[in-house]
Write a protein that binds this ligand. Structure first.
Ligand code: TXA
Ligand code: MG
Length: 351
């Protein structure tokens, strides 16, 4: 009988050490061997954990789609160890991609560029472009180097579920589908990379993420656009350009809703006899403290800074999903640019 539980290997790597300690080097060798023979490995990145396979091996990549239950129409991001590897996978290298990758890699931004001939159809869902990213996590980059191949890796969760930001989230969600999980600690960013289409002028953000439009515009030296507002809906041109951007995504099993007045909404649900989780940046507010005295309410305080909020968001949703609640109410964050990525994930989680 094949094992049905994965090995989780802790991969410590002190910041001051140039080379990984021996145990981590052995874990990387083992992971690389699995990848070279077409298997799957769950890996840490600075955004979320990824479910990795050799991006140049069509059969291996098919395994990712099976494990996640992911529709074949949703293309994957290919992870590289440096800009040179990225360029070897692209048919051309648009100016915006050159600027972004020179200044912001390694980092939480993915560039979509014309696809080179080495990339199999299955990776791009047959499309003419490929999404490339160099993760800001030494373990991920070292693994790519040791395996000697770029890695296709979506978030290591079942399709539409909340992305994992710890090895234990991967275990809980995909534990029977992956043989090896490299534990590189909790993800520093906590939400998926910003995806930028560099095949258009000006470039367009297909998915908001940790790197903001303002930052991208500074680096590109010109405008970077959001998809046209009319395209924001589900059956839209934007969805066609980035097919993974369906409305419902990143969702816990417990029904989640965003509320402008979360205190009031939580109160109404409590009155109706429900067990409620309230996610809020204002847990010291007297109205919330009054409500918090009620037994069927769990108040989860969140940081008021958008980056810190993003870092905790998925871990919070994973934890609340274990609490046997009837509803999760999330107070709507500000509608300002720095909150755009968090807003996007909450909107999808509540769709
Ligand atoms: O931070 C991240 O990007 C994480 C970590 C593991 O690197 N990965 C990730 O992968 O979020 P995934 O598969 O969950 O999301 C990839 C997104 C999807 O929205 C997909 O549609 C889009 O990137 N995408 C991939 N290839 C594309 C392409 N050629 N053109 C447009 N969008 C693409
Ligand atoms: Mg995902």
């Amino acid at each position: 009988m094949a094992r049905t539980l994965p090995d989780i290997l802790r991969c410590d790597w002190p910041v001051e050490a140039e080379a990984p300690p021996p145990a981590t080097a052995r874990a990387l060798e083992r992971a690389a061997a699995i990848l070279r023979r077409g298997g799957l490995v769950a890996i840490p990145t600075e955004t979320v954990y990824g479910l990795a396979a050799d991006a140049l091996d069509e059969e291996a990549v098919a395994g990712i789609f099976r494990a996640k239950g992911r529709p074949a129409s949703n293309p994957l991001i290919v992870h590289v160890s440096d800009v040179a590897m990225a360029r070897s996978l692209a048919a051309s290298w648009p100016a915006a991609a050159a600027a972004i990758t020179a200044r912001l890699w390694p980092g939480p931004v993915t560039v979509v560029v014309p696809r080179g001939p080495r990339i199999p159809d299955i990776v791009t869902a047959g499309g003419p472009t490929v999404a490339l990213r160099c993760p800001d996590h030494r373990l991920a980059r070292r693994l790519i180097e040791v395996a000697g191949t770029p890695l296709a890796a979506p978030s290591a969760n079942r399709s539409e579920a909340v992305s994992p930001t710890t090895a234990h989230h991967v275990l809980a969600g995909l534990g029977d589908k992956v043989g090896l999980i490299l534990d590189g600690g909790p993800c520093g960013r906590g939400i998926e990379s910003t995806v930028v289409d560099c095949t258009t002028t000006p470039p367009r953000i297909l998915r908001p993420g940790p790197l903001t439009r303002e930052k991208l515009e500074t680096v590109v030296g010109g405008p970077v656009e959001w998809p046209a507002p009319a395209a924001a809906g589900s059956a839209s041109a934007a969805a066609a350009r980035s097919p993974g951007q369906q409305a419902r995504h990143y969702a816990p099993r417990t029904p989640l809703e965003m509320a402008g007045d979360g205190t009031r909404r939580a109160g109404d649900l409590l009155d109706a006899g429900h067990r409620v989780g309230l996610v809020t940046t204002r847990s010291d507010d007297p109205a919330i403290r009054a409500l918090a005295a009620r037994r069927e309410l769990l108040v989860v305080p969140m940081p008021a800074d958008p980056d810190a909020y993003a870092r905790m968001l998925y871990a919070t949703l994973h934890a609340l999903d274990q609490r046997d609640l009837d509803a999760i109410v999330v107070e709507e964050p500000p509608a300002t640019e720095p909150w755009k990525a968090v807003h996007d994930r909450l909107r999808r989680a509540s769709a």
